[in-house]
Design a protein around this ligand. Structure first.
Ligand code: HEC
Length: 209
């Protein structure tokens, strides 16, 4: 999450820098390639943070659009379909892990930065964007509140699969979602994904009390 924000800020900075470089023409335009080139020169690889993180996949490219150039519904639908098909659901068919472990993962904001120990499992920092348990009163509001999530949605197979799948790859359901793709980008392990799914859906989780 911090990384995504950092990358977005860096992209904005790079676009601004490229604007300056391109001079004061009446309508300065910066191509995505130019912005990418500037961005590339401003990062060096450190620890686990490699420069391949600057390469965008189809979703990121399509969703990095400027004013007035939003992709069509057909394009977005096709993106979602492809992302949905790529979700790997657990082979054992069990989607619910341990909500207590899920709460720790939701609270942890370390993991993929160059200074983090790559051997330690990453956190998910869910609270940076969501209200989750009533006990935690410090949370961000970029995402919707998930308080009472399981109580409202129930525990049907469809809800289990949607919730696990959403956390695995948010863009499979909302093509240009801002939520990190925790499974798709190997931020969380399968067991960790099950644990955060349980945090939202287990009837004994404080989320559903
Ligand atoms: C960077 C912010 C951010 C982080 C971090 C984040 N989310 Fe989200 N999340 C969002 C946004 C924004 C939405 C709403 C847009 C959408 O549906 O993609 C959302 C939507 C959701 C939804 C769908 C809610 C619904 O009503 O259908 C679930 C479930 C969810 N997040 C769970 C999680 C969990 C669990 C974590 C941690 C593993 C997490 N999120 C981390 C931003 C975030």
């Amino acid at each position: 999450m911090k990384y995504a924000t950092h990358l977005r800020n860096a992209l904005l900075a790079a676009a601004a820098a490229a604007l300056l470089v391109s001079g004061c023409a009446s309508t300065p335009r910066v191509s995505a390639e130019q912005a990418h080139d500037v961005l590339k020169t401003s990062f060096t690889e450190r620890g686990q943070a490699k420069l391949d993180r600057l390469e965008q996949d189809d979703v990121q490219k399509t969703c990095s659009y400027g004013p007035g150039t939003a992709p069509s519904k057909e394009v977005l639908d096709a993106l979602e379909k492809a992302q949905l098909a790529a979700i790997k659901f657990p082979a054992d068919g069990k989607l619910l892990g341990d909500w207590r472990a899920g709460e720790r993962i939701a609270q942890t904001g370390t993991g993929k930065q160059y200074s983090d120990n790559a051997a330690v499992p990453s956190g998910a920092n869910c609270y940076a964007c969501h209200q989750i348990t009533p006990q935690e009163i410090s949370y961000g509001t970029i995402g919707p509140s998930l308080l009472g999530y399981g109580k409202v949605r129930g525990n049907s197979e469809a809800i289990l699969r949607y919730t696990y799948g959403k956390i695995y790859n948010s863009n499979a359901y909302t093509a240009c979602s801002n939520m990190p793709r925790f499974g798709h980008q190997n931020i969380l392990t399968e067991q960790q994904l099950k644990d955060v799914t349980a945090l939202l859906l287990d009837p004994s989780s404080p989320v559903n009390k």
